[in-house]
Design a protein around this ligand. Sequence first.
Ligand SMILES: NC(=O)c1ccc[n+]([C@@H]2O[C@H](COP(=O)([O-])OP(=O)(O)OC[C@H]3O[C@@H](n4cnc5c(N)ncnc54)[C@H](OP(=O)(O)O)[C@@H]3O)[C@@H](O)[C@H]2O)c1
Length: 234
Amino acid sequence: MTSSLNGKTVIVIGGSSGIGAAVAKASAARGAQVVLAGRRLASGGESGLRSEPVDVTDAASLQRLFDSVGRFDHLVYTSGPSVRAKTLAETDLDEAQDNFNVKLWGALRAIQLALPYLDAHGSISLTSGQLGRKFVPGQFIKVGINAATEALGKQLAKELAPRRVNVISPGVIDTPAYAGLAEEQRLAMFAKAGGALPVGRVGQAEEVAAGYVLAMENGFMTGAVIDIDGGGLL
Ligand SMILES: NC(=O)c1ccc[n+]([C@@H]2O[C@H](COP(=O)([O-])OP(=O)(O)OC[C@H]3O[C@@H](n4cnc5c(N)ncnc54)[C@H](OP(=O)(O)O)[C@@H]3O)[C@@H](O)[C@H]2O)c1
C-alpha cells in the first residue's frame, strides 16, 4: 500500500542525529522528499534527501530554511540539548534557560516561522520524553521542557487546526545523545535502564521514528501524545 507520505515534503529539524535521522530515513523510504536540518549539516544533498544548516536558537537561520524549502507538508521537531542532571538548588539558571531555548522555545520559534509555508492539511510532530510525567530528582529541566511541550502540543492542535499537532514521548533510546558516556558506562546504563522495563531493554531510534510516521500519516490523529518508552511510565 502506498504511504500518504509519498510525494509529500517533510522537514526534520534535528535530523542530523539519533531519532530525527531515523524519522528522515523512514519518511524517505515512504517516498517523501525530506529536508534535514541541524547545526552540523551543510547545505546540499540529492532530491529525495536534502540537508540545511539550522541553529534553532537563531530565528534568522530558521527563516532561511523555510524560505529555501517553500510550501511543505509535515514539520518534525526533534532538536534537543544535552542536559546535565542537577537539582534546582545546584543549577545555573542561565544554563537551564539555554536548554529550554533549544527544545521548547526552538520548537515554538520553528512553528511560528513555518506557518506561512505549512500546508493546511499538514502536521507538526513535536518531541517530549518520559521525563515530563515521571518525576526524578535532578531532572527538573527535562521535566519542565517535556511537560510544557506536551501541553503546547494539545493547545496548538486546537489553535492551528485543521493542521494536526502531535507529540512523541520517547523513553530511554540508544542514540548519540549518550555518546558523551564512555562505552562501558553507556552499556551499563542501558542494561540497568532496560532491565527495569517491562520489555527488558532500551529502545532504538527506528522504533521511535515509527511514532512520527504514524502521526504524519494518520489524518484522524491530533493532540495526541504517543508514548514509545518500553513501558517506562508504568
Ligand atoms: N535518546 C533518549 O533517550 C531520549 C529520551 C527522551 C527524549 N528524547 C528526546 O528526543 C529528541 C532527540 O534526541 P536524540 O536521542 O535523537 O538525541 P541526539 O542524537 O543527540 O540528537 C539531538 C539533535 O538535536 C539537534 N540540536 C541540538 N541543538 C540544536 C540547535 N541549537 N539547533 C538545531 N538543532 C539542534 C542536534 O543537531 P545538531 O547537533 O546538528 O545541531 C541533533 O540532531 C530530543 O528532544 C530528546 O530530548 C530522547
